[in-house]
Design a protein around this ligand. Structure first.
Ligand SMILES: Cc1ncc(COP(=O)(O)O)c(C=O)c1O
Length: 391
């Protein structure tokens, strides 16, 4: 099969699949014409190999307790070595349902009651919830935005918050949702060095690792010198191969003490992986789908360039954060001086649902997040409607 632009242009009809993005939105808004440019999954079919793998499981006609383990960790290890040049052992891997489960487990396992947890903001909403929901003080380190809307870390601020003991754990998003950064090796090394200096565990959510656009490259935290002492890497096939509904992810940690603490937290919470369909599909994703993924990345890079051009021509007051990674674009609408609710309501009135910037923290006020993981025709229709409000 040819995973060219015609394949991705065709998309997939998701209405009636109980998906949050379309069915959930239509149920909530009552608007069947609403275009969903929000929640982070894609309007493309998953690779055919996944359907084949799950069809085989369906054929078994028996789905008792499943072994989740070595085979799955081997597929994961092979994938990360091949695609990202990262080395870890099968023994370093724990299986978990979702990446957000992993974030929450790590907060619980790697801190003591009352310990502060640092996040660099704005960031994916569940980072806040993973800290606050577990009753830990939230320590925000705002990132710095330059004149081109590119975000960088404020290392001095981060250091101050670790040095005075306010934060005893760092949750980090790499690549970054919603700011689209693919962190450089130097930036990651600085974060690792800081965490080592203050002996603070570093939990790195790498769910968007596969969406770093050329000429960039994803640098996993696991490939940074010294990270093996303090880092946990959370990853999944869910974003990459569009299978978030299967609920399967992995936790990679080379530090045995930390890994055992996470495993014990999983045990205590009764958190298990073992969905036969999810495991089979994930193994297929990690071993048989490179061509599909390469085609997808080309298509998404074109979608990104299309948005940049369209916004520059038609919405001159909107600034687009450079998208080095992810399929989620961060649009700065502050120059329009609209109240956030008025802005979002106006977009909805024009039948476009995007993510509210404040889902990513207070610093997201005046911003919206646009999901470009869809056929170009859908993207174009959404942009034309957005122009009525933002143009
Ligand atoms: C940075 C980040 N982490 C985690 C998730 C969710 O992952 P999961 O569905 O495996 O919990 C998302 C989804 O958008 C995300 O952007």
């Amino acid at each position: 099969m040819n995973f060219d632009s015609a394949y991705f242009d065709a998309g997939v009809n998701r209405i009636g699949t109980d998906c949050e993005k379309w069915d959930g939105m239509i149920a909530a808004t009552g608007d069947p014409d609403m275009i969903p440019m929000w929640v982070a999954d894609m309007d493309f079919p998953s690779p055919p190999a996944l359907k084949d793998a799950m069809a085989k499981v369906l054929e078994w006609n028996t789905w008792g307790y499943t072994i989740a383990g070595k085979k799955d960790a081997e597929a994961l290890r092979g994938y990360w070595a091949r695609r990202h040049g990262v080395q870890f052992d099968v023994e370093d891997v724990l299986m978990s349902p979702c990446v957000v489960t992993g974030l929450r487990l790590c907060v619980r396992a790697l801190t003591n009651p009352g310990d502060g947890v640092l996040i660099t903001t704005p960031v994916y909403g569940p980072f806040f919830a993973a800290v606050k929901g577990n009753e830990h003080p939230l320590v925000e380190s705002p990132m710095v935005m330059d004149d081109n809307n590119r975000f960088t870390l404020d290392m001095a601020d981060m250091e101050a918050r670790l040095a005075d003991g306010s934060a005893k754990l760092v949750l980090f998003c790499s690549p970054h949702n919603p700011c689209g950064r693919a962190w450089s090796e130097e930036e990651l090394k600085a974060v690792v060095d800081l965490c080592r200096k203050y002996n603070v565990p570093l939990v790195c959510d790498e769910i968007h690792a596969d969406f770093v656009y050329a000429p960039g490259k994803h640098h996993s935290i696991m490939s940074i010198e010294g990270a093996e002492e303090i880092a946990v890497m959370l990853c999944a096939a869910s974003k990459t191969f569009n299978v978030a509904g299967l609920q399967q992810s992995s936790i990679v940690c080379k530090n045995e003490t930390m890994r055992k603490a996470i495993a014990s937290e999983m045990e205590n919470g009764g958190v298990r992986s073992g969905n036969a369909f999810a495991l089979a599909a994930t193994r297929a994703a990690y071993t048989e789908c490179d061509e599909w993924l390469d085609g997808l990345k080309r298509y998404l890079a074109d979608n990104r360039d299309f948005v940049v051009e369209y916004v520059a021509e038609n919405m001159p007051k909107v600034k687009v954060t450079p998208l080095e990674a992810t399929y989620l674009m961060w649009l700065d609408c502050r120059e329009l001086h609209m109240e956030q609710k008025v802005l979002l309501d106006a977009l909805m009135d024009n039948h476009v649902k995007v993510n509210d910037g404040t889902f990513f923290g207070d610093l997201g006020y005046g911003f919206i997040r646009l999901n470009i993981g869809c056929p170009r025709a859908q993207l174009y229709t959404a942009l034309c409607a957005m122009k009525n409000v933002l143009g």
